[in-house]
Each structure stands twice: as C-alpha cells, then as structure tokens.
Design a protein around this ligand. Structure first.
Ligand SMILES: Cc1cc2nc3c(=O)[nH]c(=O)nc-3n(C[C@H](O)[C@H](O)[C@H](O)COP(=O)(O)OP(=O)(O)OC[C@H]3O[C@@H](n4cnc5c(N)ncnc54)[C@H](O)[C@@H]3O)c2cc1C
Length: 474
C-alpha cells in the first residue's frame, strides 16, 4: 500500500531535510521546507567569498552505505573526487602523522614518551583481556581502559576537553566509541608492518575510500534543493517557527513568522531535522513533563570558524591538522586547497581554523580581528604561516555544530524518542533531529529511509530503533 502524505512539511534545509523533501518532490508530492536561516544546506553548505569556496568545516565523504555512494556518484559524476585526507597532529610542538604507522612510531615520538605510553597501553590491554572493566561509561574511563593512563593524560583527555568544552569525566563513552578507532593488538601489529587492519572503524579514514565534491560539499545540498524547487516543492528561508500545533497524537499545523508576517500552514506529515531540544520546546501538543525535562537536558557545542586566504599555493602539508594542546585555543585546521584545488584561485590557498566553543563564551564573542591575531600568533611562533602571506580573513559561527554527549544523554534521548514514536505523523531525523553523531552520508541514508517508510507505514507511530538502528545510542 502506498501512503504518501499530501501536505508534508520538512523543518530544516540541511542534507537530512533536503533529502526527504527531494524524495517526496520527485514522487510528485508538493512538499514545503521551512528553514530558519537565509541559506540552504545546513552544516553541509558551501559558501562563496570572492573566488573562494568554503565549507563550514572540512567535509570528507566516506560511506559504508553502497546505495549512498551510488547516489552521490550518480548526482555528482566525475565531480565526486577521490582524495586522501591525511591527518597530522600538532603534538608537543611537532607534527605527528596520524594514525602512527610502521617504524615511524619509534621515530616521531621521543623514547621517554613512547616507553611509558607503550607500557601503560599494554597493561591496559592486559587488564581488558583478563576481565571487562567495571567502570566504562565516561570518555575518560573508556580511553584509559583501552589505551592506558599515559596516552589519556598526554593526548586524549586534553583534546576531548578542548573539543567538547566539558570535563572528560562528564563526556559519555559513546563519543569514544564513535570517534576513536580501536584496533585489536593483532591489528596494531599488522599496522606496524603497514598492513591494513582486519577490523574496520568508520572513523578510521585510512581504511576506506574518501571523497570530496570538486566544488565543496554544498554541491550535494544544492543538487537536492534544485530538485525540490524543480518538482514543485518550496523552500522557505528566514522562517521562525512559533508553534507546532495539533490534537491527540497528531500534528496538524505550523505557525511561523517570515519577514514580519505570521502564517499558519496545515500539514498531514511532519519531518523534523531541527535540534531536538528546540523542537520539543515549540511542540504545542500534550507533551509529558518528563519529555520536556529530558529535552532541556540536551545541549550542543558551537563552533567559530576563521578562514584565512593565503597568497602561497601550499600552506599546510596535510588537509587536516589537529592541535591537541590545551594551550592552543583552536582544535583543527583544514587546508581548503588540499581538499580541492577548485575551491581556491590558482596559485593561492586557504585555511579554515576551527575553534570549538559555547554560544556566549570568550571565543564566541571574539571579533574577527582578535581571532585572526590569536591564530597568527600561534602560526608565526611555530613557523607555520606568516601575516605577510595572508590576503584576507573572515569568520563564520555555528550555534549547533555537535550534539554534546554528556553522560546519561541516552536515557534522555530515549524518553524523548519514546514519546515522539507515539505520534502518528511525525518523524524526527538527522544529526540535530536525532541528537546523534552523524555525517552527511548517514543523514542522506536517514532521508531515504524516512521516505521509504511512508510507503509501508501501516501502524501508528515510528519505531526509531528499527528505522535508524545505526544511529540509536540506546
Ligand atoms: C565542523 C564540522 C565538520 C564536519 N565534517 C564532516 C565530514 O568530514 N564528513 C561528513 O560527512 N560530515 C561532516 N560534518 C557533519 C555534517 O555537516 C552533518 O552530518 C550534516 O550536515 C547534518 O545534516 P542535518 O540535515 O541532519 O543537520 P544540519 O545540517 O544541521 O541541518 C539542520 C537545518 O535545520 C535548520 N534549523 C535549525 N533550527 C531551525 C528552526 N527552528 N526552524 C527551521 N529550521 C531550523 C538549520 O538552520 C539547518 O539548516 C561536519 C560538521 C561540522 C559542524
């Protein structure tokens, strides 16, 4: 039985929302997308500044979904370029390749670091072999149990606190499981001799093919947006949603303000991709107090991005460089040219310096000049880049860059999704809408799955754990 909605509304014009709307639009359904900002693409947009094309942070495309790869190849053709996103870590004032491979393990780090780190690593592995650790729920305990105290203290702990802006003992182990490739001892030994590991982790970019659209990740979202408009759909920008209204277990209408004018639209199916906590706030149904309370306990990390246009054709050696020291305020730099030569003018380059922060903190409030001065002081001190080589700079800020996975977030999320799954005509999806660690390929996958579900939906409500099993944290 086919059950396509007649008046669907999608909240959010990031890749998740656009993918749902695109699927509906090409099926002949008149879909309406409501977007808060004046841009399309969400976190996966590419904006132009003069001759430069910039993403909001680096967007390396690596996917385990064969059908998403096929889809991207179909829509981008030769523009889906394979690339090699080598990573370096600026660690104790020197660049270290990541992951450490072969004999380089013994040459890039000093012996007085390697020996205690190696011994504590082996001791941790030995303890894990004997029995599973009792305390394994925080980022701190998870890493210490697998990598040992020394590596935690010198690298993982300080970096995590810098990136998540809270104490590592309060960060959920979910972050480590998702972010840190953990190999077996035999895989480490294989890697030592440059063989690929047998077990694959989705964040281990060295083990899979990596792609980048020739003109930025926005090529994907622009394609979807064009398809929506070309098939009688609409994307309303600068929309502030005031309330989502309805009756028993159903959403019926959405009230919003756009350019000073208040409108109400009717809907028979709502797809949400805006941040889950904000969504619950404007959901004007009979939402239980415990659900509202759970939603108010979820929060997101923000980012401030400083883009530097440089007059030299080569700035950094590798596309991605992580800065682990807590003394340096930014945590990652991506070299735009090393992602795609077509995103910068010939003979020039650009860097994007990422500062993780919280809305309202010192970094969030810093002016572009202050952020520039700060970054250049670090770069010049270490001979990485000089002011004379910078042609110009600009700053962008992201309020919801990463869901902040505090210990206990799973329970809150479960409470919210259990409630949402009782609504007949609502699906929440995407990185913000499911409060999950998802990449572009993941949210496209969700977009396809969410629309496929409409064709087979016979029961009331949505079972999230069967619809998006890979993205459920519980
Ligand atoms: C710094 C950084 C680096 C990244 N690197 C990679 C990478 O290397 N590879 C990769 O695949 N992915 C990467 N990602 C992740 C990728 O960008 C996201 O997975 C993807 O954009 C999520 O899509 P989404 O549609 O779920 O959410 P979003 O892209 O966040 O879209 C949500 C949309 O909802 C809108 N919205 C919010 N509130 C409202 C409201 N009240 N009303 C209406 N609209 C609203 C937002 O403006 C936005 O347009 C990175 C992200 C960041 C921040």
């Amino acid at each position: 039985m086919t059950r396509l909605p007649e008046t669907p509304v999608v909240i959010g014009a990031g890749p998740a929302g656009l993918c749902v709307a695109w699927n509906l639009a090409i099926d002949g359904v008149q879909v309406q997308v409501l977007e808060k900002t004046n841009e399309v693409g969400g976190l996966a947009l590419t904006f132009q500044d003069g001759e430069y094309l910039f993403d909001l942070g680096p967007h390396n495309i690596h996917t385990v979904y064969r059908d998403i790869y096929t889809f991207l190849r179909k829509i981008l053709g030769e523009d889906l370029c394979q690339h090699y996103p080598e990573i370096k870590i600026f660690f104790r004032d020197r660049f270290v390749s990541y992951p450490l491979k072969g004999i380089r393990v013994f040459t890039t780090l000093p012996l007085w670091t390697i020996i205690p780190a190696g011994l504590s690593f082996l001791w941790a592995r030995f303890k894990m072999f004997i029995r599973n650790p009792q305390n394994d729920d925080s980022f701190e305990s998870w890493i210490k149990n697998r990598f040992g105290n020394v590596l935690y203290n010198i690298y993982f702990g300080p970096y995590a606190e810098k990136a998540w802006k809270i104490n590592a003992s309060g960060i959920s182990s979910y972050v480590a499981e998702k972010r840190v490739p953990i190999l077996s001892l035999t895989d480490y030994i294989r890697r030592l001799f440059k063989n690929p590991p047998k077990h694959f982790h989705s964040e281990d970019w060295t083990s899979i093919n990596n792609y980048y659209p020739r003109k930025g990740v926005g090529q994907i979202t622009n394609y979807l947006a064009k398809g929506i408009i070309g098939n009688n759909g609409s994307i309303e920008k600068n929309v502030e949603i005031l309330s989502i209204d309805g009756g028993d277990r159903r959403v019926e209408s959405i009230r919003y303000i756009q350019e000073g004018k208040i409108s109400t639209i009717q809907t028979d199916f709502l797809f949400n991709t805006m941040p889950l906590n904000d969504f619950i706030k404007i959901l004007n149904l009979d939402v239980p107090e415990k659900v509202r309370k759970a939603a108010s306990g979820l929060d997101y990390c923000s980012e401030t991005l400083l883009y530097l246009k440089t007059s030299c054709s080569k700035t950094f050696d590798t596309p991605l460089t992580y800065f682990s020291s807590p003394k340096i305020k930014f945590n990652r730099v991506y070299d735009v040219r090393l992602f795609s030569h077509d995103c910068v003018p010939s003979g020039k380059s650009a860097l994007c310096v990422e500062y993780t922060c919280n809305v309202g903190d010192e970094v969030w409030g810093a002016s572009p000049d202050e952020l520039f001065e700060y970054a250049m002081t670090v770069f010049e001190t270490h001979g990485m880049l000089f002011r004379k080589d910078v042609d110009g700079y600009l700053v962008r800020r992201i309020t919801h860059a990463y869901p902040r996975f505090r210990i206990g977030f799973e329970k809150k999320l479960e409470t919210i999704l259990d409630y949402l799954s009782t609504l007949e005509n609502v699906v929440t999806l995407g990185r913000q809408g499911l409060f999950c660690y998802a990449n572009v390929d993941d949210v496209l996958y969700m977009g396809f799955r969410a629309t496929e579900t409409l064709h087979t939906l016979r029961k009331k409500g949505i079972d999230y754990s069967s619809l998006f099993p890979r993205h459920m944290a519980f």
